[in-house]
Design a protein around this ligand. Sequence first.
Ligand SMILES: N[C@@H](CCC(=O)N[C@@H](CS)C(=O)NCC(=O)O)C(=O)O
Length: 241
Amino acid sequence: MKLFYSPFHGFIHKALVTTHEAGLWDAMTFVPTYPFRNREGVDQGDRYSLVAINPLDKVPTLVTDDWDVIYGSEPICQYLDSQSRANRLYPEPGPARWDALRRHDRAQTYFENTVMMNMEGWRPEDERHLDVFEWIWPKLHRVLDELEEECATEQGFDIGHAATLHALSYMDFGSKFYEAVDPLHPRYDFRKERPNLAAWYEAQLERPSVASHFGRDYEGDDSPEFFARQLAEVVAARGKR
Ligand SMILES: N[C@@H](CCC(=O)N[C@@H](CS)C(=O)NCC(=O)O)C(=O)O
């Protein structure tokens, strides 16, 4: 299997956590991919373009051992879980599954909204739309308050928890950008005045699936040449089917 993903380990990647929990780490070829370096004028063109296998040109994108392409973190995580040799993160159909999926969706939406604010924050100050921040922040605060309540009794680990770690850690990562540009909550710390959430989050950092990458430099080859070789192999194998 090959996982095309952006190797910024300043935040916790749901797809990496799922790979590790499933016992598939050694079965995976990780292919560093920097989609934002494809924009014209940035880093000389589309050297990390996934369009040959993913029209959305987004990470994460997974290629299975049968050369099937799966894009989108949610189907990727479901697929990896279905292949698990170790921990399963998706409970069987029933209340536990619906609750895990609810928490997953909450975290995924939180993450995507944070990305939206991040991108808005990249604009020059006089072009930033304050209403984007005013629209999103109350949602994030309500989610964090709900998490604080839940974390008082939180146990176990499922896909909802993996997605929550992804979203919260990305917010920390993003606050490096927000520092100068978030007009409402610069340097926001989700832990402040939320002791249950803070304790839960700290405890999760000890999980081997999180420690596998979080806070570590990527040590493999992240060159455009390596990316091109990996992609060419996929395209050629799919062409022969
Ligand atoms: N819904 C998708 C979102 C993936 C996504 O937005 N990835 C971003 C990086 S965080 C990306 O590849 N952006 C490049 C682009 O949109 O051109 C998922 O969960 O996988």
